[in-house]
Write a protein that binds this ligand. Structure first.
Ligand SMILES: *Cc1c(COP(=O)(O)O)cnc(C)c1O
Length: 402
C-alpha cells in the first residue's frame, strides 16, 4: 500500500491556548526566524589574501583544496568565491576527496577543473570519465581501466590524468622505481593524456630533514622521467608551500593556508583566518562557592563566580576534549575561561571579569582572536580536524554577502 502524505498545515504565529495554558501556533502569522545560536562566520575576502601569500612563496598555478566541504567552510560557496577572484589569483584546479564532492561542484556550475586527490574505486571511474574530472593515477591497473573506459565510451577524446608517486606518505601512488619501469607502458595508453605528476608530503610541518630528502627524491624522479613531459608538477601542501622549494614544481596544493591557518606557527602572521565559530550567551548567574559545574562535576567553584551558559557544544563541533580552566572563549574582547566539561549543546564559562555580561551577548569560540590552532592544541587534535568537525547544524554566514 502506498502512503500519501497530505500537505501539512502548520498553524503559525503564537497565541495562548486556554485549555492547556501553553503557547501554541496560530495560523495568522509566522514568527520571524530567530538568529542562530551557533554559527560560523566566513569572510570570503580573506581567501584572495591567503592565495596571494601562496603566490609570493611559489611560482606557478594553484590547486585549491576543497575537500571535506572546503574544510567545513562550505564547498559550493568557497568554489564560487574562488572563481570570482581576479585571473591571477583564480585557481587552475579544485582538489576534492571523492566523486560526491566533485558532483556537488559540477552541479553548482563550477567551471574550474576538478581533481580527485586520492585513488579511485572501479565503480567511480565511468562517472569520472563522463564528467572529465582529473584523477591521480596510483597503479598500472587504475591507468589501464581508465584508458579502457575512455576508449569504450568516448573514443575521440583523451582523459587528462596525473600520475601520483609515493615518496613517503604510504597512502597511494606508484613507488618511484615502479613508475620508472612502467613509464613506457603508461605512454602506450592512447586514451590518456598524462599531463601531470604529483606526490604528497607526510611531515612538512614536523620533520625538516625527511622533507628535504623527499623534495630531492621527487625532483630527481621528475628529472629522470623528463620534466618537459608534464604540464603540471606538484608536491606541496600548505606546510610545503610555506617552507620548501622544489626545482620543478609549478602547481601548489594549499588547503589549510587557503582558509588562513598556517600549519607552521611562525608563518601565521601572513595569513587571515576565514572562519570564526560564534555563539551567544543564553544565561548568566552568580553561583556560590561549592557549586559543581557540568557533567562529572570535575569543576567545583572555589568562590562565588559569575557563570555564563553559552549555546554551543560538541554537537556543533566545539571539541569535547577542551580542558576546563585552560581553554578560553572571547566575550566583549575578554578571554573567559571554560568551566567544566563541554556538553552536547552548551558550555559554561567564567564571566566574573565581565560584570555587564548578559544573555544574548556574542561569544567567539575561535576565529581571528583565538586561533583554531590554539583550540586544536588544547583539545589534543589538529586544526584540520576541528574545522572539518563543525557540524551541519551550525549555520554558515558569509561576508561579504553574495
Ligand atoms: C589535503 C591535501 C592537501 C592540502 O593539505 P593542507 O595541509 O591542508 O594544505 C594537499 N594535497 C593532498 C594530496 C591532500 O590530500
Amino acid at each position: 500500500m502506498l502512503l500519501f502524505y497530505s500537505p501539512i498545515h502548520f498553524d503559525v504565529g503564537l497565541k495562548q491556548n486556554s485549555s492547556h495554558n501553553t503557547v501554541v501556533p496560530d495560523s495568522k502569522s509566522f514568527p520571524a526566524a530567530s538568529p542562530p545560536r551557533a554559527w560560523a562566520e566566513i569572510n570570503l575576502s580573506h581567501l584572495g589574501h591567503n592565495l596571494s601569500v601562496v603566490n609570493t612563496q611559489q611560482q606557478g598555478s594553484v590547486m585549491a583544496v576543497l575537500k571535506a566541504g572546503a574544510y567545513g567552510h562550505g564547498i559550493e560557496k568557497i568554489a564560487v568565491a574562488l572563481e570570482a577572484l581576479p585571473n591571477e589569483l583564480s585557481p587552475a584546479f579544485f582538489g576534492v576527496a571523492s566523486v560526491i564532492e566533485a558532483r556537488r561542484l559540477a552541479h553548482a556550475d563550477i567551471r574550474t577543473r576538478i581533481y580527485l586527490l586520492g585513488p579511485t574505486c572501479p565503480f567511480e571511474r565511468e562517472e569520472i570519465v563522463a564528467y572529465g574530472w582529473t584523477p591521480c593515477i596510483s597503479s598500472m591497473e587504475e591507468a589501464a581501466d581508465f584508458d579502457q573506459i575512455v576508449g569504450r565510451e568516448h573514443h575521440d577524446n583523451k582523459l587528462k590524468v596525473h600520475l601520483t608517486v609515493d615518496t613517503g606518505m604510504g597512502r597511494g601512488g606508484f613507488l618511484p622505481s615502479d613508475l620508472i619501469s612502467h613509464q613506457e607502458k603508461l605512454n602506450e595508453l592512447t586514451h590518456l593524456d598524462i599531463e601531470g605528476i604529483g606526490s604528497h608530503l607526510p611531515c612538512a610541518d614536523e620533520d625538516e630533514a625527511f622533507t628535504r630528502a623527499q623534495f630531492d627524491e621527487f625532483d630527481a624522479l621528475v628529472e629522470t622521467l623528463g620534466a618537459d613531459n608534464f604540464r603540471y608538477i606538484h608536491l606541496s601542501n600548505s606546510a610545503g608551500i610555506l617552507a620548501y622549494q622544489s626545482r620543478y614544481t609549478n602547481l601548489q596544493r594549499p588547503g589549510l593556508m587557503l582558509y588562513g591557518i598556517s600549519p607552521l606557527p611562525t608563518k601565521q602572521d601572513q595569513l587571515k583566518p576565514a572562519l570564526s565559530l560564534k555563539s551567544k550567551v543564553s544565561l548568566v548567574r552568580n553561583l556560590p562557592a561549592g557549586q559543581g559545574i557540568s557533567y562529572g562535576r570535575d569543576t567545583i567553584l572555589q568562590h562565588e563566580t559569575r557563570v555564563a551558559t553559552v549555546g554551543i557544544g560538541y554537537g556543533d563541533g566545539y571539541p569535547r576534549s577542551m580542558p576546563p580552566h585552560q581553554s578560553d572563549v572571547l566575550i566583549s574582547g575578554k578571554r573567559c575561561p571554560l568551566l567544566g566539561r563541554v556538553t552536547m549543546d552548551q558550555i559554561m564559562v567564567d564571566v566574573t571579569s565581565l560584570p555587564d555580561c548578559k544573555s544574548g551577548d556574542e561569544v567567539e569560540l575561535f576565529g581571528e582572536n583565538i586561533l583554531v590552532s590554539e583550540i586544536a592544541q588544547l583539545a589534543n587534535t589538529i586544526p584540520w580536524a576541528v574545522l572539518t568537525g563543525i557540524t551541519p547544524r551550525v549555520t554558515r554566514i558569509y561576508r561579504p554577502q553574495s
